[in-house]
Write a protein that binds this ligand. Structure first.
Ligand code: AP5
Length: 187
């Protein structure tokens, strides 16, 4: 059974949906940096105040803030963890490696949920009508996709070079994507 898992993919690819299901199914910890940041914004903490405007534009919160935030939650106790939305830059991937190495651990696999720009845009605009998330507007969605390509896609290469990358077709019904992901996590 794989234990330290990263879910990678563009905004709206289904990382949150699948991470929650995987964490429940395997009894793993689900760590979503997006959810953590939204909590900080809601609380009005110092971090939340810094992150709010950045998130509303669809830009990335600085690596130093993200790494400090995740470090305090990443219980390195040999348990399973599903990382959702982190790492998002090569600097974050390197910081994660350093954190885990210090504890004698390593990332087992990065699962890339592959979905086209057209499909993720359709999904996020659909979600906007139901949930009204501040960053689900047409302009911000376009910027998030751009930021993903510029700053996050390089980590696909990073894990590929380490032979730790598996691509999953994310343009299938939720149940099928979940079945494909579970098969990889089972090892
Ligand atoms: P974050 O919350 O991580 O947003 P995101 O990556 O843009 O992801 P989403 O939550 O929009 O999509 P998802 O892939 O989780 O898909 P979901 O399951 O929700 O980050 C928000 C912001 O926080 C960032 O822009 C940045 O500012 C900041 N941030 C976060 N982490 C950071 C980091 N590490 N470094 C720096 N900044 C950071 O699904 C989307 C919709 O599609 C839902 O309605 C769902 O029901 C539907 N859906 C899911 N799967 C399917 C399917 N198979 N078929 C049809 N519909 C589906």
């Amino acid at each position: 059974m794989l234990k330290k898992i990263i879910l990678l993919g563009p905004p709206g690819s289904g990382k949150g949906t699948q991470a929650k299901r995987l964490a429940e199914s395997f009894g793993y910890l689900h760590l979503s940096t997006g959810d953590m940041l939204r909590d900080e914004v809601k609380k009005g903490s110092q971090l939340g105040q810094k992150a709010k405007a950045i998130m509303e534009k669809g830009e990335l919160v600085p690596d130093t803030l993200i790494v400090a935030m995740i470090k305090s939650r990443l219980a390195v106790d040999n348990g399973g963890v599903i990382l959702d939305g982190f790492p998002r830059t090569v600097a974050q991937a390197e910081a994660l490696d350093a954190m885990l190495t210090e504890a004698g651990e390593t990332i087992d696999r990065a699962l890339l949920v592959d979905v086209s720009d057209g499909e993720v845009t359709k999904r996020l605009l659909g979600r906007a009508e139901i949930e009204g998330r501040a960053d689900d507007t047409p302009n911000v969605i376009a910027n998030r996709l751009n930021v993903y390509k510029q700053q996050t896609e390089p980590i696909v290469d990073y894990y590929s070079k380490l032979s730790k990358l598996t691509r999953i077709n994310g343009e299938q019904v939720i149940e099928q994507v979940f079945a494909d992901l579970k098969a990889v996590v089972r090892g």
